[in-house]
Write a protein that binds this ligand. Structure first.
Ligand code: G3P
Ligand code: CA
Length: 270
């Protein structure tokens, strides 16, 4: 498909790889994130959950059943239990125990993802989503900020933009992050627009709105309202060409997609 001409005064949206390049490789694996970096994604999205022994791992669902050959809830398993599982074969990418790179389809810790980003050879941002924040009453955020601190990512130098954002459907989780690390921008994810956010205002302190693409399809004017209220707008999950075009036309700031390579090409970015 040809690259489109977008209004020249408008920057095309940044492209965030949702669970990595998750159309091409099993979601939340090193393989998917390596591919996203290779494809030129501006940022990587990942969901984080806490294991029973306190490790943050990148897994979307509450249970591992859909994306691995194991069964059970992440929060009831230890990292060693998760490490024995294969997170690739459900997507036709079997782990090869002989291969030097077996870890490309094993469970991904957030720590390993941060190492990958640090070694990417170019700036790659991270959009980290806290899942099940109520189950652990603050521990997810605490561990997250601890880890980001160890990588020097909890407090960017004054005047520099943060390469990390924390996202959540839970305003309480975002509040905890801001209280401990005010320099990290927070993204308030929305599946529906509640009446109190209809005018574009978000929970206090939130900088970025994260509406679903369905919200924007049904109500394109909402982007301008959020912008007028001073918020950036990051839309998920934008996979269809028509949706990419809609987001670009509306001046959305970032699109979160399973297909970073195709979306970058549609936006006319090499
Ligand atoms: O990027 C936000 C989006 O990932 C939220 O939905 O279910 O894919 O985590 P979900
Ligand atoms: Ca997510």
């Amino acid at each position: 498909h040809p690259a489109r001409d977008f209004p020249p005064e408008r920057q095309p949206p940044a492209v965030i790889a949702h669970r990595g390049a998750s159309e091409d490789a099993p979601e939340h694996t090193l393989a998917a994130y390596r591919k996203a970096i290779e494809d030129g994604a501006d940022a990587l999205e990942c969901d984080v959950r806490l294991t029973a022994d306190g490790h943050l791992v990148c897994v979307h669902d509450r249970r591992v059943n859909r994306t691995s050959n194991g069964r059970g809830a992440v929060s009831a398993m230890e990292l060693s239990d998760l490490s024995a599982l294969d997170f690739g074969s459900w997507k036709g990418q079997a782990a090869d125990s002989e291969a030097p790179d077996r870890d490309s389809t094993s469970v991904l810790t957030l720590e390993r993802l941060l190492e990958l980003v640090a070694d990417a050879g170019r700036p790659v941002e991270l959009a980290i989503e806290t899942k099940h924040p109520t189950r652990w009453a603050g521990q997810v955020e605490e561990r997250l900020l601890d880890l980001l601190g160890r990588f020097g990512l909890a407090a960017p130098p004054v005047g520099q933009p943060s390469p990390v954002r924390v996202m959540s459907f839970s305003a309480r989780s975002l509040h905890r992050v801001r209280a401990a690390a005010p320099a990290i921008p927070t993204v308030y994810l929305m599946q529906f627009v509640s009446p109190r956010h209809r005018d574009g205002r978000l929970p206090p302190g939130v900088r970025i709105a994260g509406p679903s693409i369905r919200i924007i399809r049904n109500n394109p004017g909402y982007v301008a309202r959020l912008h007028r209220a001073g918020h950036q707008v990051h839309v998920w999950t934008v996979n269809e060409q028509a949706d990419v075009e809609l987001c670009a036309r509306l001046g959305v700031d970032a699109v979160i997609t399973n297909r970073p390579k195709e979306v970058l090409s549609q936006l006319g970015r090499p």
